[in-house]
Design a protein around this ligand. Structure first.
Ligand code: FE2
Length: 526
């Protein structure tokens, strides 16, 4: 952080640096940290905050406010459905208002009225600036149609023009709302105007009710107003500004003076958040500072969209993975949890072997799905008590090939593209005696060698239909017997380390060279 004025060249260089750093960051928390520290330095400010818009709760949240340790700043934007329409910059059509998370029932309780259906449209000036919103309530037919939306649009545009031209007197507005109300066929119409001077969204006329102009308004604060209006704000002395919300300052003992607040917008023009810089060290924030922050905000908004989309994809992928694991578990209650336990062992082994995060993730996914082919194995074989006969065993062995067949049909993103081959090779043996392909040591993917050990260890140390669980030591003894023929020695050693067990003596390890036929029949059924 430097108090000296930053030259244009330096500023440009720092903007490029920010672009470089944020464009590769997909973690929201880290992204926020980078953005805030860079902006603070770039503008010579005291602190900066990154608010993200949460559409579920209709809040602007700053979970990572720099200089406000360990607390989240929350700016609620409870402007109801019309506010949501403004933020989304689109018409919102709701057939059951009380079922909508965005509905604000304050009007109803004030007027002793019940809103059922609702149609809300944002009003924009010719420069794209938010002017307010138009709301129609309770359609005669029970809900508003797409035709009604089309009818509403030109009326909303005309009302926006009235506001923009400063010609929005009560008579003109009343006539405008009455016209659209009659044409659409509904109970009530209300025009809201965003008063930028006060930061309030005011209902200036409600047609069809006796209340006329209503005093209900929502105070947004500087950050909220920036998000709603979608316009940057530069403030010299925050405490002198009626829009400023002093509650955070009062709670923290900090004194906000100068402010710069810029909206973060996605490609659709929706506000996805706000970035603000507070207290310029020398003088006030300049027009140049504003232009710089706006340029940075454009980059940051894209990075945030990417990070949010990435997190969303990860969640979707994980939920799909969980459903797939659960569907194998549902086949057989006693082996339920096997896939997950195998993945825990496999990841622990991978960690011991120095795998990085991406590699551990690939291993985890392959482990969770390794037995997915059991979905195609008959219950009579899968749940059989006692030994399998030759035909049953042959049928059972098909699950590895089935895992491969099914998993190769799933489109995995690039980092997971080897999931199918790793998962399907979990019964291959180093000496080529395994299945489904009889691969040898050099051909078996290394991660599959980890799965093999993790799979056998998990199966032996868990209860099965055909036998009781073994102790970890007994299980390791069986696995040791297959070292070098069925199992990879390094993997076994890593398993021991992951369990906190001492390494096996070298002499004993060599003795384990012999063929692991003892583990044959039953152990192969994990
Ligand atoms: Fe298996």
């Amino acid at each position: 952080m430097s108090d000296a004025p930053v030259s244009d060249d330096e500023r440009f260089r720092r903007c490029l640096e920010i672009q470089r750093r944020v464009s590769s960051e997909r973690n929201l928390g880290r992204l926020a940290k980078v953005v805030m520290s860079e902006i603070t330095a770039l503008l010579g400010a005291d602190r900066s905050t990154l608010f993200l818009f949460d559409w579920d709760t209709m809040e602007l949240r700053a979970d990572f406010a720099e200089g406000v340790e360990g607390r989240a700043l929350v700016v609620p934007i409870r402007m109801g459905i019309v506010g949501t329409a403004i933020l989304r910059r689109e018409i919102i059509n709701v057939s059951n208002a009380y079922a909508s998370p965005y509905f604000n029932a304050e009007f109803d309780s004030m007027l002793g009225y019940r809103t059922e259906s609702l149609l809300a449209a944002p009003l924009f000036g010719s420069d794209g600036r938010v002017l307010g919103g138009l709301e129609l309530i309770n359609h005669d037919a029970g809900h508003f149609s797409a035709d009604d939306e089309a009818v509403m649009q030109p009326h909303a545009a005309r009302l926006a023009r009235l506001i923009a031209e400063g010609a929005a007197d009560v008579a003109a507005v009343a006539a405008g709302i009455a016209a659209v109300r009659t044409q659409v066929g509904c109970d009530r119409g209300t025009l809201f105007v965003l008063e930028e001077g006060s930061g309030r969204l005011m209902a200036i006329h409600a047609d069809g009710s006796d209340a006329g102009a209503m005093s209900l308004s929502v105070k947004l604060g500087i950050a909220g107003l920036t998000a709603v209006a979608g316009r940057s704000m530069r403030i010299a002395e925050a405490w002198d500004d009626p829009r400023f919300d002093r509650s955070v300052d009062e709670a923290t003992g900090y004194r906000t003076r100068s402010m710069l607040c810029v909206p973060l917008k996605n490609a659709a023009g929706e506000s996805v958040g706000v970035v603000q810089a507070i207290n310029k060290h020398i003088g006030l924030f300049s027009e140049d500072d504003l232009a710089t922050l706006e340029a940075v905000a454009g980059i940051v908004a894209i990075a945030i969209e990417n990070a949010v989309m990435f997190a969303d994809q990860e969640r979707q992928f994980d939920s799909m993975l969980n459903v797939m694991a659960a569907s194998i578990d549902a086949k057989d209650g006693l082996t339920a949890g096997h896939s997950n336990n195998v993945s825990l062992h496999a990841v622990a082994i991978g960690r011991e072997l120095g795998f990085n995060r991406e590699e551990l993730n690939l291993l985890r996914v392959a482990a969770v799905l390794h037995d997915y082919g059991k979905i195609g194995i008959d219950d009579s074989v899968l749940k059989k008590q006692g030994r399998l006969d030759a035909a049953e065993y042959a049928h059972m062995k098909m699950h590895a090939q089935l895992s491969e067949d099914i998993l190769t049909r799933i489109h995995f993103s690039r980092k997971y593209r080897n999931v199918a081959v790793i998962a399907a090779s979990h019964h291959e043996c180093l000496d080529g005696s395994g299945y489904p392909h009889g691969l040898t040591e050099r051909e078996i993917p290394f991660m599959a060698k980890i799965l093999t050990v993790a799979d056998v260890f998990e199966a032996l140390t868990a209860d099965r239909h055909y036998r009781k669980r073994m102790s970890r030591e007994e299980a390791l003894e069986i696995i040791d017997a297959g070292a070098g023929t069925r199992f990879d020695r390094h993997v076994i050693a890593a398993l021991r380390r992951s369990l906190g067990l001492p390494a096996k003596a070298a002499a004993k390890l060599d003795a384990g060279q012999g063929h692991a036929s003892g583990a044959g029949g039953t152990a192969s059924r994990h």
